[in-house]
Design a protein around this ligand. Sequence first.
Ligand code: HEM
Length: 416
Amino acid sequence: MATMVPRYDETGPIAPVDVSRPELWRDDRFAPLFARLREEDPVHHCPDSAFGPYWSVTRHQDVMHVEALPDLYSSSFRYGGITILGEGKPIWGEDLLPMFIAMDRPEHSGRRRAVAPAFTPSEMERLRGDVRRRTEEAIDALPLDTLFDWVDRVSIELTTQMLAILFGFPWDERRKLTTWSDWAGDLEAMLDPVRGRKRLDILWECSARFTQLWKARETAPPAGDLISMLVHSDATRDMTPQEYLGNLILLIVGGNDTTRNSMSALPVVNARWPGEWEKIAADPALIPNAAQELVRWQTPLAHMRRTATADTELGGKTIRAGDKVVLWYMSANRDESVFAEADRFVADRGNARRHLAFGFGIHRCVGARLAELQVATLIEVLRERRLRPVQAGAPERVPNCFVHGYRSLPARLVRV
Ligand code: HEM
């Protein structure tokens, strides 16, 4: 392998930049690199990285352009799927457990339709009261003016409870959903033979538990949870067991790290820009927008990846069939040509909804409404209680370039 030393801290013509390096994410040092790429070389080739050669797409409009052409830029697991890792090989075992996020049309369409009914506006209305009650309980259990880990007590707890309810998953086992999701999204573990093996064992444990639940629901009368819906609905009862499991794992991973890390961002932005919480305190009508802005600011999935299916041109560069094209949402959401003062959290930002954290096009996040409901409810409950969560120490960040988030975050609740 050729040795390539990224010259990201030098001036002069830009040299290959490898924004996938885990330490950049662990130490929160990626932003200046993306700023420079957006400015100087927005579609950038990195010839060598731990994940092999790849293109970085860093501008908002280019990310949308690629996502709007899903036949030319494939998501399929057959080429390596939707993260920077896959090298013409399935990554989450999608060949055994197919997930529709890593499929192209027409396979993708029907499978997405099968789970979409769980996320309609009327379903969200049905869940609203429950989301609120659980959020109130979690917040009311927190100490005032005392240091605690916001990730564990709030973000993980609320997202895991939500998934347990959505799946009808046994309540006292719900933290298993967190463990499974964390391992599934850990790209660095996949590069390490020992941790990679452990990861696969954990994913098989997850599959085995869901197989048991599936069998139990099959013989029980239809109920409102997602497992029962999939087992009993006409549209999905023909899914193979593998496919059913693949889609459940997708929903666990999709709904876990992402909403969790959006919630984790709240004490961080409150500590940096206290005036924004004052805007929310003064005007509750801002809450839905503030929730979107929080998702934009955090961008819990830093990238999705596509593979070119034919030679093409992007931003003046020639992309060859088979090339790995990484769409950096983290960079697109900091694109100053779309978001003024993009590094700031601005509760009343006029165009917060233009963010790409949920993706765009046919794969746009199917759970976006649920995520919005959960994040907005959290802000609402805190505001009503006149409580402001504030970061109160250094966070431990997830050291990989896929899940952009926090393992722990010391915080305090302050009465305002
Ligand atoms: C703030 C929270 C969330 C963020 C930032 C997020 C982000 C994303 C992104 C970036 C994609 C891929 C979009 C693309 O390729 O264009 C995606 C797809 C998906 N998400 Fe989410 N997600 C969130 C919450 C959820 C929740 C709560 C669920 C379900 C419980 C969920 C389930 C899914 C599924 C099933 C897909 C695949 C959609 C498809 O391929 O058609 N996500 N999400």
